[in-house]
Design a protein around this ligand. Sequence first.
Ligand code: SAM
Ligand code: SF4
Length: 327
Amino acid sequence: MSQLTDPFGRRIEYVRISVTDRCDLRCFYCMPKGFHDFEEPENWLSFDEITRVIGAFAELGVRRARITGGEPLVRHDLPQLAAQLAALPGIEDLSLSTNAVQLERHAAELHRAGVTRLNVSLDTLDGERFHTITGGGRLDKVLAGLMAAKQAGFAPVKINMVVMKGVNDDEVEAMVDFCIEHDFTLRFIETMPMGDTGRDAANRYVDLREVRERLERRYTLLPGVMPGGGPANYMRVAGTELRIGFITPISQHFCETCNRVRLSVDGTLYMCLGQEHAFELRPLLRAGADAEALKAAILEAIALKPARHEFTEKPSQVMRFMSKTGG
Ligand code: SAM
Ligand code: SF4
């Protein structure tokens, strides 16, 4: 069991690792068009440095890690990092969040490397809309990636859909049907005011309680559970295997059960998506810190974890984009 407990008594059991802040898409709610202010490559943690950090977390009892970004598949040789992390004693669950644009090529290798679970962002099933939302992306590539993931043996594959008024809120039923057909798990997400782009998108915010009511008119939703310990409230669609998760950071925040921290590509540990509390590990890593020193630093960092985000009270507080923190 994790030995990491924050000042509010929450056990930290999960680390999300942003392996890059770059991306081959420009989802309008996440990253501004033409954005170039990326981290310099010399500041990127190397695969060995990431492995040292996650190794220290594992020694402190953390069992779960997720690779994310930015778009993790734009980082060269990602399966090699996955293999290094999966091989760490103690790490039992290694997952990946991706936009799936390059997944067709990498799915089988990632599965062999030890990634067991996949989350794929997909906000629409309409090619033109996809192109607009993502700033030029091709839906056919994502669909090919999803099918390759299924074939490679990933289970579950979870689809993440950010529901936005006037953008894709007319597609929730279509997405439910798509996920039933392909045996994917579906998670709806509320927009969060991260950076200017997120704040713009927050104008299109949809309260997911409304989405749920809408779905209840068409399907019978039963209480459901889903292994993974995430923040989603799950329902099962009667007569099918489909589980639907509702991630509601705004309408019903779940901070009191938060069990995670985030490592950014430059080696900063962020304690909360919606706050600036952070601890820089890169200087320690580059000074040759051993596992004991890293564990001490992690304990110091966890002591900084704030009680909750303040997206509603202070929506302009978080300047960094989701892609930097590792969404
Ligand atoms: N590129 C990968 C992807 O798209 O899945 C991983 C990183 S992405 C930042 C992780 C998740 O954050 C995606 O599901 C995306 O939809 C979500 N996200 C990004 N900006 C957001 C925002 N402002 N509000 C809510 N979710 C957001
Ligand atoms: Fe890229 Fe993911 Fe952000 Fe879209 S949500 S711009 S795919 S990092």
